[in-house]
Design a protein around this ligand. Structure first.
Ligand code: ADP
Ligand code: MG
Length: 607
């Protein structure tokens, strides 16, 4: 019987492999740039024409190749980066399978010029559809240049499959961004159809982000740094007030390799939670450094996935690091991050760590308001002080909506003039507070506004252990089941900080001797049951979430409800307190607290 199994000729095998590795011009760009980085280049220039379809050229000043290596590098599985299977688990370089150049050479016309420092001249090799067409010696500077012309020239199906030049160019810019972000010490340029799109100088990560996204990012970034012995996190997040509604500034890297990781994205989203509107997406540029043995990257060359051995640990550390970054910048309500040291207890794997996580204490400027442009040091009024009618509204928040140039122009008299003469507060449907501001009409959801005010107040109390308590004349006995009773015991310190005074009478019964001052008129047992229920629902790995959770539940419970009549003084007090909050725009549940109907909109309604 004849043999039926034949080995595919290399050229065909390469073409098949190429289909996997090189899906579009941007894939070739990525592979060539990563090779240049692996070669230790300090300057890498990328030139493309017709979104990479006509030409992709990458020139580097890296280590170069010998004549033999120049020839060998186009062979499949030719790589200088690993030699045995175990090496796969200790990968530090970008490429490691020795497939990229063989693939590119299989489906394009490639010219390689390369020279090592120690050599007098360089080598030039021209290869087309895996066939070497020319090899010669050329005078050149040390380094390497790859010129890739007519990608997919022999794979028309693939070529036709490509998207519009604009779309393909976006892919190239995206790959360029990913590669350049994590290598800020290397200089890069990107030139497209003769036009230089990026000129990135060697610098630090912040400068690189500014080089890529614009110098105004200087103001927008907060550093994130966290070192533990298993995971090191560093990079930047975009300040909450600059969060965008569209995707595009979410960059995770693991050991400098770009990845997409919805679970870790959630860690950041969660850390931003009560700081940004529900429909906004936090921006970040974060590198996660782990021992290569703790991850599995050997999946697919084009996939941006990484499996962590202990993803929960990474989640917890990342979440805490971002919370800390926000807190340090005084944007977040006060949270005691030193408590996250207890995080170890919640993670089996974390216990393996030789050192406990230590989160530094964070000094908080309680007056900071990201939405306020001038510095304001007035202490935030207490809802408790209510009703404390003031002769004139504090007014300063109004400037927010006035001409930007008016801000800081000082004199009290002028301020008064800026304010509408007929300043007053109305209620619509006993649910929304309406008032006028310079730019138009301000509509505030009274329940959400009060929720935000109480939320920030409770977080502060949790932090300072300062919740005022009112004593119950007739202490209530509250019976729970065993499970709930033990959960409640976990929460006791927080509840006491808020003003609850609870005393355990027997394993399943607690005496409620005192309740928070803000809670008069509410049933204490019902409040506590709510807190316990939500705590069970959201039981999270993180202690700091516990405080947020309690503050959220309690503020939502105690805030004035919709359909509640308010006096003008009450409305005024509420509005003033809202704009004294750290975040006045969004409620803890992410909902918008107020809207402004500006003059143009009002005018247009009459057309
Ligand atoms: P890999 O990067 O996975 O090793 P490639 O096919 O991308 O596989 O590259 C094959 C080999 O060619 C590399 O291992 C490296 O030795 C060499 N090489 C590729 N590009 C360069 C370059 N710009 N400078 C120096 N050597 C290079
Ligand atoms: Mg490579």
């Amino acid at each position: 019987m004849l043999d039926v199994i034949k080995l595919l000729p290399d050229s065909v095998a390469n073409q098949i492999a190429a289909g996997e590795v090189i899906q579009r011009p941007a894939s070739a760009v990525k592979e060539l740039m990563e090779n240049a980085l692996d070669a230790g280049a300090t300057q890498i220039d990328l030139v493309v024409k017709d979104a990479g379809k006509a030409l992709i050229m990458v020139v580097d000043n890296g280590c170069g190749m010998s004549e033999t290596d120049a020839r060998l590098c186009f062979e499949r599985h030719a790589t200088s980066k690993i030699s045995k299977a175990e090496d796969l688990f200790a990968i530090r370089t970008m490429g490691f399978r020795g497939e990229a150049l063989a693939s590119i050479a299989a489906i394009a016309q490639v010219e390689l010029k390369t020279r090592r420092k120690e050599d007098e001249v360089g080598v030039k090799i021209v290869i087309e559809g895996s066939v070497v067409k020319e090899q010669s010696l050329v005078p050149m500077q040390p380094g390497t240049s790859f010129t890739v012309k007519n990608l997919f020239f022999n794979v028309p199906a693939r070529r036709n499959f490509l998207k519009s030049p604009q779309a393909e160019m976006r892919h190239i810019v995206e790959e360029f961004t990913r590669v350049t972000l994590m290598n800020p010490e290397v200089g890069f340029t990107l030139t497209s159809d003769g036009k230089e799109l990026y000129h990135l100088y060697s610098g630090n990560l912040k400068q690189r982000i500014m080089g890529l996204f614009g110098s105004h990012y200087d103001q927008k970034l907060l550093p994130v740094n966290q070192d533990t012995d298993r995971v090191r996190i560093n990079g930047y997040i975009v300040k909450p007030e600059y969060a965008k509604k569209t995707r595009g500034e979410q960059y995770f890297f693991v050991n400098k390799r770009f990845i997409k990781h919805p679970y870790l994205h959630h860690a950041i989203e969660n850390a931003f939670m009560e700081m940004i509107p529900q429909d906004s997406i936090p921006g970040y540029f974060i590198n996660i450094e782990v021992d290569p043995a703790d991850i599995d990257v050997n999946i697919h060359p084009t996939k941006t996935e990484v499996n962590f051995l202990d993803v929960k640990l990474v989640y917890a550390i990342l979440h805490a690091a971002v919370r800390k970054a926000i807190g340090q910048h005084n944007l977040a309500p006060t949270i005691d991050f030193s408590e996250t040291a207890d995080m170890n207890a919640d993670f089996g794997a974390a216990a393996k760590m030789s050192q406990p996580l230590v989160m530094p204490d964070i000094p908080i400027n309680e007056q900071y308001n990201p939405f306020r442009t001038s510095s304001n040091t007035a202490p935030s009024p207490k809802w408790n002080d209510f009703p404390q009618h003031r002769d004139k509204p504090s007014g300063d928040w109004r400037q927010l909506y006035g001409e930007r140039t008016d801000i800081n122009n000082g004199a009290e008299a002028e301020k008064q003039e800026e304010m509408p003469a007929n300043s007053q507060y109305l209620q619509v449907n006993q649910t929304y507070i309406v008032t006028t501001v310079k730019s138009g009409l301000l509509l505030i959801d009274q329940h959400l506004a009060h929720t935000r005010i109480l939320f920030e107040k409770f977080l502060k109390e949790l932090e300072n252990h300062s919740g005022a308590s009112q004593q119950e004349l007739f202490p209530q006995a509250w019976s729970l089941n065993m499970n709930d009773a033990s959960l409640l015991k976990e929460l006791l310190p927080e509840l006491e900080n808020l003003g609850f005074v609870l005393e355990q009478a027997n394993p399943t019964t607690f005496m409620i001797n005192g309740t928070p001052a803000d809670s008069s008129g509410h049933d204490a047992v019902e409040l506590l049951e709510r807190i316990l229920d939500n705590h069970k629902l959201n039981r999270s790995d993180l202690q700091l979430d516990r405080k947020l959770g309690i503050a959220k539940t309690l503020s939502a419970q105690l805030a004035i409800k919709a359909q509640t009549r308010l006096s003008e003084a009450e409305m005024q007090n509420l509005v003033d307190q809202l704009f004294a909050c750290n975040v006045a725009e969004v409620a803890p549940n992410g909902k918008k607290i107020y809207v402004i109907v500006n003059m143009d909109e009002i005018v247009s309604k009459f057309n």
